[in-house]
Design a protein around this ligand. Structure first.
Ligand SMILES: NC(=O)c1ccc[n+]([C@@H]2O[C@H](COP(=O)([O-])OP(=O)(O)OC[C@H]3O[C@@H](n4cnc5c(N)ncnc54)[C@H](O)[C@@H]3O)[C@@H](O)[C@H]2O)c1
Length: 516
């Protein structure tokens, strides 16, 4: 391992998290096993091999599913508040491992250390949220039209929940799903991104402590580290009651139809194309900070990253000038070094897509006010570091309609707020949106039914990031799913209406007569 890596304490972090030089990628909670091919986890930070993982093969898959099905029979009988107590313990363990796990997220995925730690904090937050929720899985009661009858509804667990996750949130999305799935009485099988396998093994190692201390059976929380083929098996498998998929719209479209074909349930958390409207009444200082963080945070690889700024014509030039200045101050480099603002992209494929998008944008007429480019030299040896860039465009350009997972920010000018809202909504995706304004009328119009069509609409904060207390997800090609807070737990349960007759008569609904 290079000296530079040692300086950031990575070796110790890997040891603390139980990551070995060679790891097996399948676990049902006890010992790891694996029969698939070996993959290497290469850090985008310095291009070095972090560790190898033997992935899950087909026979491992069947074993995991069968074990999970068996575990469900037992786990569902544990009272929900007791399952909540186990989630509380997971939250405590995550607090213990926060520094190490946050650092691994940063080193394996490439986001800044601050964002890596923030991701682990989200895991802790969802655990805390789920503990309280475990006593509040409430259904309605209703009055029956028949005398001596009572009606109510209750929620029951689904069974096996498959969780397929993207590389850019390599730990948090698993915990969002697992904490809720667990309190609802389900067991989980996680297929993480093959680009961040070590984060998954680290999470499972932490989880294994909870499983052991609570004497839980094998199969309550399983992991299948593998590529898309095993993901595809989960999608096609009738034994998997709910598939929670986080990833690209391209793959999500296929997941959606395959799961629907077999009448399974799915939660789809897909791509975004998020915009901030900066009105003539915006606080420009705040707008610049919100826009820059939104566009360059996680090197533009958040589903909620700011991709478009829709700016009122009267403040357009001021915003453009100040943005250009702010971009000039950005420090790009090792994300473990807290002096840097921007880390690398996940891999060189992502770099190629970034370059391709810039080319396409120029071809369609885009004018770059901050030029992009791939960085070279000794600090950028992995080949994954790129310059965040800014282009003046039309919303109708094909490339602007598309989510490029990289720090490319598009500027669009508008005259009236109605026009700005129409531009904001005129993309296939519908995840996150924001307006910067100090004018109540503008803010309320943006939030109204004639306003943003996104799952998330913010006022005077950017598009990027969200608290776990709200339901998270988006509309249109973002998939329509909701995870995390509010009543998103209902996705993880089946709903049952119960009518109880406590009389000696059998009256039928709607007054129907039936005598023998
Ligand atoms: N809306 C959200 O909450 C949210 C959050 C994070 C990321 N994302 C989106 O994820 C994308 C980036 O992540 P990515 O590049 O890892 O996405 P991706 O779609 O390439 O992969 C996501 C996951 O799907 C698996 N997969 C690939 N093909 C599959 C198949 N045929 N069947 C089953 N599984 C399959 C992958 O192995 C991976 O685990 C972006 O579009 C981003 O916006 C959305």
């Amino acid at each position: 391992m290079s000296k530079k890596v040692k300086d950031f304490g990575i070796e110790k972090t890997l040891k603390n998290l139980g990551i070995k030089e060679e790891n097996k990628g399948t676990s049902t909670g006890g010992k790891y096993f694996a029969s698939g091919k070996v993959i290497e986890s290469i850090s985008p930070v310095d291009g070095k091999l972090i560790a190898k993982v033997k992935t899950s093969g087909e026979s491992d898959y069947d074993k995991v599913i069968e074990t999970a099905q068996k575990a469900f029979q037992e786990f569902r009988l544990i009272p929900a508040p007791k399952r909540g107590e186990m989630v509380r313990q997971l939250g405590l363990k995550l607090r213990e491992y926060k520094d190490d796990l946050g650092k691994l997220v940063s080193y394996e995925m490439g986001k800044s250390l601050q964002e890596g730690l923030g991701e682990v904090q989200e895991m802790i937050d969802i655990c805390d949220f789920a503990v309280g929720l475990s006593r509040q899985l409430q259904g309605y009661t209703m009055h029956s039209e028949r005398p001596g009858h009572r009606m109510y509804e209750q929620y029951h667990p689904l069974g096996v929940v498959g969780i397929i996750t993207a590389f850019n949130f390599p730990v948090a999305v698993w915990s969002w799903n697992t904490a809720l799935a667990w309190i609802c009485g389900n067991v989980t099988i996680w297929k993480p991104s093959e680009k961040t396998p070590l984060c998954a093994i680290a999470c499972q190692n932490i989880m294994m402590e909870v499983l052991k201390e609570n004497n839980l059976p094998e199969g309550v929380s399983s992991v299948l580290v593998s590529d898309h083929e095993i993901g595809q098996k989960l999608v096609d498998d009738k034994r998997v009651a709910l598939v929670s998929f986080t990833g690209s719209t391209r793959v999500g479209r296929m997941v959606s139809s395959k799961v629907a074909e077999r009448f399974g349930k799915s939660i789809l958390e897909l791509g975004g194309n998020n915009a901030i409207i900066i009105t003539k009444e915006a606080d420009i200082d705040m707008s610049i900070i919100g826009a820059v963080f939104g566009a360059v945070g996680t090197a533009g690889q958040r589903c909620t990253s700011t991709r478009r700024l829709i700016i009122h014509e009267s403040v357009y030039n001021e915003v453009k000038t100040r943005l250009t200045k702010a971009y000039g101050q950005l420090k790009i480099g090792n994300p473990l070094d807290e002096n840097n603002h921007v880390g690398p992209l996940i891999d060189t494929d992502a770099v190629n897509q970034y370059e391709e998008a810039i080319k396409k944008c120029k071809k369609e007429g885009g004018k770059f006010v901050v030029e992009g480019g791939v960085l070279t030299g000794k600090d950028y040896e992995s080949g994954c570091y790129v310059k965040p860039c800014v282009a003046e465009v039309k919303n109708s350009y094909e490339i602007v309609q598309h989510e490029t997972f990289a720090p490319i920010l598009y500027l669009i000018k508008y005259k009236t707020l109605e026009e700005a809202i129409a531009i904001q909504n005129d993309v296939p995706q519908g995840l996150s949106s924001a307006i910067m304004t100090q004018n109540l009328r503008e803010a309320e119009l943006f939030l109204s039914h004639a306003g943003s069509d996104c799952g998330i609409a913010n006022v005077n904060i950017g598009t990027s990031g969200a608290e776990i207390g709200g339901a998270f997800g988006g509309e249109k090609e973002t998939g329509g799913g909701r995870e995390s807070g509010s009543d998103a737990w209902k996705y993880y349960m089946r709903r049952q209406t119960n009518t109880i007759n406590y009389t000696a008569q059998l009256p039928l609904a709607q007054g129907i007569k039936f005598d023998l």
